[in-house]
Design a protein around this ligand. Structure first.
Ligand SMILES: Nc1nc2c(ncn2[C@@H]2O[C@H](COP(=O)(O)OP(=O)(O)OP(=O)(O)O)[C@@H](O)[C@H]2O)c(=O)[nH]1
Ligand SMILES: [Mg+2]
Length: 76
């Protein structure tokens, strides 16, 4: 899948592929954080997600790299 290949390419470019790392996805609500986590989590289907209630409630490990998700609250 293009997005997954693209993301793995970024990890390789940053020298993080097959290294131990912790990556936090931060973004405004509706930015697509949970969708990206789901895409990386290959065995999950692309579905509509309910808004995430708690920052860093999503966590996923691929190899030695741990992905976490967090929400940045807007100022409006
Ligand atoms: N067009 C487009 N829509 C996307 C993309 N990624 C996610 N979406 C859509 O954007 C909406 C929000 O995606 P989520 O993954 O729930 O966003 P989130 O950042 O987890 O949102 P919160 O949980 O509310 O913080 C959904 O309707 C997704 O289908 C993308 O790359 N392109
Ligand atoms: Mg979410």
């Amino acid at each position: 899948m293009f997005l997954v290949d693209w993301f793995y390419g970024i990890l390789a470019t940053l020298g993080l592929w097959q290294k131990e790392a912790e990556i936090l996805f931060l973004g405004l609500d509706n930015a697509g954080k949970t969708t990206l986590m789901s895409l990386l989590n290959l065995w999950q289907k692309l579905v509509q997600h309910q808004p995430t209630q708690y920052p860093t409630s999503e966590e996923l490990s691929i190899g030695k790299i741990k992905f976490k998700e967090g929400l940045i609250y807007g100022s409006d």
